[in-house]
Design a protein around this ligand. Sequence first.
Ligand code: GDP
Ligand code: MG
Length: 171
Amino acid sequence: KKSSLSEVKVAVIGAPGVGKSALSVRFLTRRYIGEYDHQSETRYKHEVLVDNEPVLYEILDTCPKKFDDLPSSDTINWADGLLLVYSMIDKKSFTYLKRFSKIISESDIPVYVVANKNDMVHLREVSTEDGALLARDLECGFSEVAAAEQVAPVAVVYQELCRAVLAARRK
Ligand code: GDP
Ligand code: MG
């Protein structure tokens, strides 16, 4: 097998406060850190093995300021894959993704849907079924995770999106 480095550009998309930065920092550092930039878009590079192949992730942690701030077409055109994040304790953040989902399904870009804040199920506003239905509409994977408490399940989300990107490239 060749082991040339695959580059995978991921844009992390979702309403303000859903945990886009917490998830990305968790993936990058395995830690849950409160002190990161909350005000601006951040780019990271991170090399890991996915299925024993080296992958260089470029992660764009987007930073919409308001709920009607949808991702720009520049962001979508730049990305190889989109991580679509909502908070299961914030119905508005689910609506945010649904508003955006038409554009996504027309753009043909690999995506993955993540429901974050699984540690707060007692405050749940979005059912697992509704999340799974959105993922079915987008023909993509879906997980419920907690950036606040989990390491491996958060990494799996980035890996699954990477697999989808690499599979689309092979077509
Ligand atoms: P972003 O605006 O989407 O980047 O969201 P942040 O990563 O800045 O997180 C917004 C707030 O949600 C912060 O106070 C985080 O500490 C909190 N948060 C992020 N992930 C979780 C989680 O899994 N569980 C809980 N309870 N809070 C979280
Ligand atoms: Mg952020």
